[in-house]
Design a protein around this ligand. Structure first.
Ligand code: F6P
Length: 487
C-alpha cells in the first residue's frame, strides 16, 4: 500500500463487508453515527482508513492483506488481531469499563472490579492499541496527518509519539469525558497510562466544550506531564480552529471542541428513497391517524430507555384523554449484546413495553412498540413523521439522532432533548429540555410537545434547522485537519 498523507483510524470502519450469494464482495452502511458521517466527509480524499476486522469475513480479508479495498475513494485497511485481543479490548475495556466510566453508568456498589481477569484484558487493550499504532506507522507518509477516533484507541498517541514523532496526530473522542472524581475510580497506574496515552497526541478533540474541559480537569488533577505551577487553559471555542502555536505546552495536547454534524446528502437521499417511502406508508397505516412519540437509539444503557417509558406511563396515567390517541415507538439498533449488562437491560426494556401495552392497550391499539433492528430506512421514515422525538440520554457525547431528527422531520415535530446530551450545547435554546433522571418532568415535556400549537412548533423547527445547516461533516473534518495543521 502506498504511504498516505492522511490516515484515519477507528475500531469500526466506514462499511460492513458481506458476500453476495454469487460470492461477490458487497459493502453496506456502517452502524452508528461516526462512520457514515466521517465517510461522507472523506469521500474522494484518498485517505487510508485503518479499522478493526469485525466479522469472520473481514478477518479473512484482513489476513489476505485487504489490499485494493476501496470505498468512495477511501482506502480501507482492515486489521485482524485475533478474536481474543479484540474481545478483551472492545468488550471488557472499551465498552465494559471506559464507556461506563465516561457516561457515569457504574453502579459503584458492585462495579467496576479490577481483578486479574481485568488486568489481563488491559494487556490485550495495549496490544490492540499497539496493532493500530503499527499499522498507522506503516501506512503514514512522512509528517502525515493522523486522525484517531474514540475511546478504543487512547494509547495510540503515546505509541506513535515514540515510533513516529514526525506525524501530526489528533485524537477525537465521540463519547463524553468524565470529571476527575469519576476518573478516580480507575486504578492510579491505569489512569496515568490512559491520560499519558491521550496527552501524547498533538491535539485532542471533543464534541463539546464541557467534555473538553472535563478532560483538561482530569489532566490537571492527575498532573500527568505537568509542572508544579497551574497551567493556562487551552480549551478552544466550539468549532474553532485551535490557536496554539505549539502543542498545549509542557507535553500537553491542544484541546479543542467541534461538534459533528449528520451527513445531509445521504440523509436526504434516504428520505427520498423508495425504501423509506415504503416504510413510511407502513408506519402511517399502523398509526391510523394517531400521534407519534418516537425514539431511535442503539439499545444502550446510556440512552435511558427505561425512564423514557416510565415517563410515557405517567403521561397516559395523567392524561387519560391521550390513551388511544398516541403511540410511543422505540426503534432500536441491537448493540453490544455480549457486553455485561446489555442483555439484562434489553429484557427490562421489553418488560416495560409489555406492561404499558397491558395497562393501556386495547384491540387495535398498541400504545408502546419496541422494534429491535438495524433498519435505517424505517428510522428515517419515523423521524420524518414524529410529533415528538424523545432523546433523553443519561449522558451522551453528542447524539446525532437528535440532529438527524430535526433535519428529516416534515411535520414540525418537537425535539425533547436531554440536557446531558452533547447536542444540547447547540440545540438547547429551541428544543424542549429534558432532565434525564426526572421521570415526571419528562412526562410533562412529552405532553407539552404533543399539545404545542402549530406556530410554536414551526418556529422551533425552523430555528433548530437553521442552526444545523451551519455545519456539516466537512466543516467538522476541517476543524480536525486545522488542529493537525497547527501542530
Ligand atoms: O458514541 C461512540 C460511538 O463509538 C460512536 O462513534 C458510534 O456510533 C457508536 O459508539 C457505536 O458503537 P459500536 O461500534 O460499539 O457499535
Amino acid at each position: 500500500m502506498a504511504a498516505s498523507s492522511l490516515i484515519v483510524a477507528s475500531n469500526r470502519g466506514p462499511a460492513k463487508f458481506r458476500r453476495s450469494l454469487e460470492g461477490a464482495l458487497e459493502l453496506e452502511r456502517g452502524a452508528g453515527g461516526l462512520a457514515p458521517s466521517l465517510a461522507g466527509a472523506l469521500r474522494g480524499s484518498g485517505a487510508v482508513w485503518v479499522a478493526a476486522a469485525l466479522s469472520p469475513l473481514e478477518a479473512e480479508l484482513a489476513r489476505a492483506g485487504s489490499a485494493g479495498l476501496e470505498l468512495d475513494g477511501i482506502v480501507l485497511h482492515l486489521l485482524d488481531m485475533g478474536g481474543e485481543v479484540h474481545d478483551a479490548a472492545y468488550r471488557v475495556i472499551a465498552n465494559g469499563t471506559l464507556w461506563f466510566l465516561y457516561h457515569g453508568l457504574f453502579d459503584l456498589a458492585r462495579q467496576p472490579r479490577f481483578d486479574n481477569a481485568w488486568y489481563a484484558a488491559w494487556e490485550r487493550f495495549r496490544e490492540f492499541n499497539a496493532g493500530f499504532a503499527a499499522a498507522i506507522a506503516d501506512a503514514a507518509a512522512p509528517e502525515a496527518t493522523v486522525l484517531v477516533h474514540d475511546y478504543h484507541l487512547p494509547l495510540v498517541g503515546a505509541m506513535l509519539a515514540s515510533t513516529r514523532p514526525d506525524l501530526k496526530t489528533v485524537h477525537f473522542t465521540h463519547t463524553p469525558f468524565c470529571d476527575p472524581f469519576e476518573l478516580a475510580v480507575l486504578p492510579p497506574r491505569i489512569t496515568a497510562e490512559l491520560l499519558a496515552g491521550m496527552m501524547a497526541y498533538g491535539a485532542c478533540g471533543f464534541h463539546t466544550q464541557r467534555w473538553a474541559a472535563a478532560f483538561e480537569a482530569c489532566c490537571d488533577t492527575f498532573a500527568v506531564g505537568s509542572g508544579p505551577e497551574p497551567r493556562a487553559r487551552r480549551t478552544e471555542e466550539p468549532g474553532s480552529v485551535p490557536s496554539g502555536s505549539d502543542r498545549g505546552g509542557r507535553g500537553r495536547p491542544v484541546v479543542f471542541s467541534s461538534p459533528l454534524a449528520p451527513d445531509r446528502t445521504s440523509l436526504e437521499a434516504m428520505s427520498r428513497s423508495v425504501e423509506c417511502e415504503r416504510k413510511g406508508a407502513a408506519l402511517e397505516e399502523s398509526l391510523d391517524g394517531r400521534m407519534l412519540i418516537l425514539r431511535s437509539d442503539r439499545l444502550e444503557l446510556s440512552k435511558n430507555l427505561l425512564r423514557g417509558f416510565a415517563a410515557f406511563d405517567e403521561l397516559l396515567a395523567e392524561h387519560r384523554e391521550l390513551v388511544g390517541r398516541v403511540v410511543f415507538r422505540a426503534l432500536c439498533y441491537p448493540s453490544r449484546e455480549d457486553v455485561p449488562g446489555y442483555a439484562a437491560y434489553r429484557v427490562e426494556v421489553e418488560q416495560a413495553v409489555a406492561e404499558l401495552c397491558e395497562r393501556y392497550g386495547s384491540t387495535g391499539y398498541e400504545p408502546a412498540v419496541l422494534e429491535v433492528a438495524d433498519d435505517f430506512p424505517a428510522s428515517v421514515a419515523a423521524l420524518q413523521r414524529s410529533d415528538v422525538l424523545l432523546v433523553n440520554p443519561i449522558r451522551d457525547g453528542l447524539n446525532l439522532v437528535a440532529k438527524e431528527g430535526v433535519l428529516a422531520n416534515t411535520v414540525s415535530g418537537s425535539l425533547a432533548l436531554s440536557r446531558e446530551a452533547g447536542a444540547f450545547e447547540e440545540l438547547g435554546a429551541h428544543c424542549l429540555p429534558v432532565a434525564p433522571f426526572d421521570v415526571s418532568a419528562t412526562a410533562s415535556v412529552l405532553y407539552r410537545g404533543l399539545v404545542m400549537d402549530r406556530d410554536e412548533r414551526d418556529r422551533r423547527a425552523l430555528e433548530l434547522r437553521k442552526i444545523l445547516l451551519q455545519r456539516s461533516p466537512a466543516s467538522w473534518l476541517a476543524d480536525l485537519l486545522a488542529a493537525a495543521e497547527r501542530l
